[in-house]
Structure formats: structure tokens, C-alpha cells
Design a protein around this ligand. Structure first.
Ligand code: AKB
Length: 314
């Protein structure tokens, strides 16, 4: 049966590309995009669109009933860097929206939920290299605390009420169509916009700050794949580690310079460095590979080439 999907936070970095992909797979009328505002013309014109505050359970339920929604993808969230400026707002948005959606699933209005966790659920005491699926998790940001708590809420609703909720711990996601907002890994997107202007990029992380990253194409594929997997393949109901590449700002700049020799980078470290320092350098995603066949397609060089080609021909 073709699912009818509601995407909360569809106007954001991941939501906008995921909506496009899901509309291609299931047909535009089966994918209802929603956000708190309607400033993304592409989303609004390519299929159904509704204004929804993701913390408002009744508003979500009204739309679920209106369209006969069977799956919700909850992508509305406040990210790590901006969350440190507004800790209570971040907690409220990230947790209230998740509990609203899990409750809607518990009440059997829908039958599947997707909710992203993040590498931010790890913390400074977590083993940094090849971080295992199950390990010490003591996040130091409010975003990370909300992700770790959210993972356990997902597991609780699955165990206790049989809710079919699936989740990935996204690394930094790199895209060129829609920019992210308020994350610590955002430098790896902004850098490409300086590169195509052939200007200097001032990086807010140090040159050797290594972080796990993933190209949007892979992030969207991983999301679709985990949602399409058979229920019995999903053995982890907190959230799966997924990994594609790891690099430092210096390594990314070097890769870009192969295509844009005039591009340069300088470093002016700010408060986001401490956040980056608390996250893993690399991730062990063997469980995702074993359980539902995850495997990324993009390396750093393939991604860099693809982004620059797209941005330069836009
Ligand atoms: C952020 O930097 O806050 C996000 C994330 C890693 O979840 N991109």
C-alpha cells in the first residue's frame, strides 16, 4: 500500500530534499509538506502544503485526519549551536514535537514514525574514533540532551506501545540546495558558497577539527531505506549510527582547491569549537549495514565535485 506521508519541518535543510525525493517515489499527492512558515516556493507548488507548528499536537492530528496520513517524518528541530543560545526553546521544540508525534502513533492514527537523532547525542566522554553503536553517551549541549532523551522516548514507545518508530544518528549533512541553520557542522556547507565566489572562507572551527559528515544524497537515501525496511530488520529502536566520511576543515579546503585553486581558508574559532570537540571523529555504523543494508555512495572527493558542478551551473 502506498503510504501517505506528513513531513513536519519540510522547509529545512533535510526536509526540503527529503520531500522532493518522497514525492518522486510515492507521488506528490501522497506527501504533505508542512512547516511553521511557507517561504519555500518549490515545496508549496510541488504538492500539498500545510502550515503546522510541530509542537501543536491537535494541529498535527487535524492534518493527519484530513489527508489520511499513515506516516510522519518529524524534521522540525533546533540545532546544536542555536540551541545553546536558547536552551529552553530548543528543549521545548525538540521534545514537545517528538512526544506529540509518538502519541499520535500510540493512539493508532498513523502506523510509522521517522525521527532523526544526531552525533550530538554523544559527548566528550564518548570514545572518539569509530564510535560504537552502544557506548558512553554524556552529551554536553541541550540539542544533544534532547537527541539522547528522544532516542530513549522512541525506544520506550516501541517497547511499551508497539510504535513503529525508526531513527538515524545523522552526522553533519552537507547540501547545496537548502542551507542548514544553527548547526556546528554548517561550516562544511557555507564553505562551498565562498568557493564558487573564489573568496576566502573564514572558518569557525579549527583546521584539524575532524567530524563525521554525509552528503545529502546519502542522508536522504538512508532515511528512505530505513523507512522502507521490514519491521523485523529494525533491531535498534533508539537510533542507528550511520556514517559516510570524516574530514577536517583543512582537508575539505584542500579538496575544494583541487577544483578552485584561488579558494583560500582562514580560521577564527568561536564557541562552536567546544561543541565540535565534544563529538566523535568517526562512527562505527556496522549495525546499520548488517540490519538493513546501509552503505553510502559518496566520498569526500565525489561529493565535492558534485556540489561544485551543481553550484557552478546553477
Ligand atoms: C549540528 O551541527 O547541530 C547538526 C548535527 C550534527 O546534528 N548538523
Amino acid at each position: 500500500m502506498i503510504p501517505t506521508i506528513l513531513i513536519l519541518g519540510a522547509g529545512g535543510q533535510i526536509g526540503s530534499e527529503l520531500t522532493e525525493k518522497l514525492r518522486t517515489i510515492y507521488g506528490s499527492n501522497h506527501v504533505i509538506a508542512s512547516d511553521i512558515r511557507n517561504n519555500n516556493t518549490q515545496l508549496v507548488t510541488s504538492g500539498p502544503f500545510e502550515i503546522i507548528d510541530a509542537t501543536d499536537k491537535e494541529a498535527i492530528l487535524t492534518i493527519v485526519k484530513k489527508y489520511g496520513v499513515t506516516q510522519i517524518y518529524l524534521l522540525a528541530a533546533m540545532l546544536s549551536a542555536v540551541g545553546e543560545k536558547f536552551p529552553q526553546k530548543a528543549w521545548n521544540l525538540n521534545m514537545t514535537s517528538l512526544l506529540a508525534v509518538l502519541d499520535i502513533a500510540k493512539e493508532k492514527h498513523i502506523n510509522q514514525v521517522y525521527w532523526p537523532s544526531s552525533i550530538a547525542a554523544f559527548g566528550p566522554t564518548t570514545p572518539k574514533i569509530n564510535t560504537p553503536q552502544q557506548t558512553i553517551m554524556e552529551p554536553s549541549t541541550v540539542y544533544g540532551i534532547s537527541k539522547l532523551s528522544g532516542e530513549f522516548w522512541c525506544n520506550y514507545y516501541h517497547e511499551k506501545y508497539g510504535v513503529d518508530v525508526r531513527s538515524l544518528r545523522y552526522p553533519g549533512i552537507i547540501s547545496w540546495k537548502t542551507k542548514p541553520g544553527g548547526g556546528t557542522t554548517d561550516y562544511a556547507v557555507d564553505i562551498f558558497f565562498s568557493a564558487i565566489e573564489q573568496t576566502n572562507f573564514e572558518c569557525f572551527l579549527s583546521k584539524d577539527s575532524c567530524l563525521p559528515m554525509m552528503y545529502m544524497e546519502d542522508a536522504v537515501d538512508a532515511t528512505v531505506q530505513i523507512m522502507q525496511a521490514k519491521s523485523e530488520q529494525i533491531k535498534i529502536r533508539t537510533s542507528y549510527n550511520v556514517s559516510a566520511m570524516n574530514f577536517t576543515p583543512k582537508e575539505l579546503a584542500k579538496e575544494i582547491q583541487q577544483h578552485v585553486p584561488k579558494f583560500s581558508i582562514t580560521y577564527k574559532i568561536d564557541y562552536r569549537q567546544v561543541i565540535a570537540d565534544s563529538w566523535p571523529d568517526s562512527i562505527d555504523d556496522s549495525k546499520a549495514r548488517e540490519d538493513w543494508g546501509w552503505s553510502p555512495n559518496y566520498t569526500l572527493s565525489k561529493m565535492t565535485k558534485d556540489i561544485l558542478e551543481n553550484l557552478l551551473t546553477q
